[in-house]
Design a protein around this ligand. Sequence first.
Ligand code: P70
Length: 464
Amino acid sequence: MRAIDRTRRSWAEPYKIKVVEPIKMTTRPYREERIREAGYNTFLLKSEDVYIDLLTDSGTGAMSDNQWAGMMLGDEAYAGSKNFDHLAEAVQTYYGYRYIVPTHQGRAAEHILSKVMIKQGDTIPGNMYFTTTRLHQELAGGRFVDVIMDEAHDPQSEHPFKGDIDLNKLQSWIAKVGPERIPYVSFAGTVNMAGGQPVSMRNFREVHALCRKHGIKIMLDATRMAENCYFIKMREPGYADKTIAEIMREACCYSDGATMSAKKDNLANIGGWLAVNDEETYQKCCNLLVVYEGLQTYGGMAGRDMEAVARGIEECVQDDHIRARVGQVEYLGNLLLQEGIPVVKPIGGHAVFLDAKRFLRHIPQDDYPAQALAAELYVESGVRAMERGIISAGRDPETGENYHPKLELVRLTIPRRVYTQAHMDVTAESVVALWDRRDRIRGLEFEYEPKMLRFFQARFRKKE
Ligand code: P70
């Protein structure tokens, strides 16, 4: 039993549960069969065969009664839907950008932005790659260049802002290729692939100053920006008494626009947006929008979806919400740390990341330890997680060789407002049980490797 700490008051969820969705536990032989059928890829499992689903926090959150009520107020007109106005107003109010382009999800915003801004041979520096972001940059003729601080690649470094850009790296890259070959800096808050690590306000400010000097734009990946702002509030001097909404407005003012997957911070099951301050860029984006997504007042969304996103934006900057959200992730992380399980430190905003290199020391990176670990966690307990290592990193488009990222991780991603502390306890117990039998876990080899974003559809077999 946990002892009561008389010196503090715990956080608790700032909501009560009104609707429940039953989940069921399966047997181990049943799960062994399912994971084999799924080619040891957790993306290929059926959701009904999963007990606690920590695959992703994308589109998996629980909407509020207010969001569901908004769904009934969908204005499904082809043109001029009022829900689009609500969405645009919410983004303008809370993020502060001028022009808003609705898209069906984040990668659609990245697609359009990349096509509009990148020319053949350009390079796009950023704070660690994200799979879909980098792919759209490459498809538009550009190349992503990692300028994140070194600590981000070290799972054991406890630096409080491992998402920060290394100003020296950025400065030397600008000097090397010239500012005219850099359409924008791709800046994400928080950094998903680094373990959900935040960027400091100071770094947002300094990168902005450097880019201004060279006339380079900054495009924010705002997907988990509210979580980033919570870390600024907790860790950066001068921000403790500011609200998340205030911090968000300040942080966003150091960029020229943003792409957004509204399936994360914005608490919607589907949706996204692209925002820019420059009118000409906005017009170019709108023009491509009608080719790839839909009219400028719905993009890829139904009216009701835009209403859910608009209301989700307001909810996601509430201090109580974000404290409980990140608090729950930290709770799981601390349980694992306490048991000596190798996880990325500090605990990130949306997920706890197991360090597969240290978890499975006997499996070399070319035998896909993180993929194997995610598959075994499912067999152990029905908990579904996601590989974030060599499989996700893919191949260098120029050489065809596998990238070998320093980080070889399994992500236990916590959906927003969905699971309870008891689910976190069971998850931690499952990971510990796996840790105790880790020596018997074997590596994998490819049975089928898709060309792009291979991690989604790849199939594997166990290595002899
Ligand atoms: C995840 C999801 C999506 C995402 C993101 C950041 C920082 C953009 C996007 C794209 C879903 C996913 C995507 C690729 C690989 C695995 C999982 N992340 N920027 O689970 O947004 O999915 O709406 O197109 O995290 O992390 P969208």
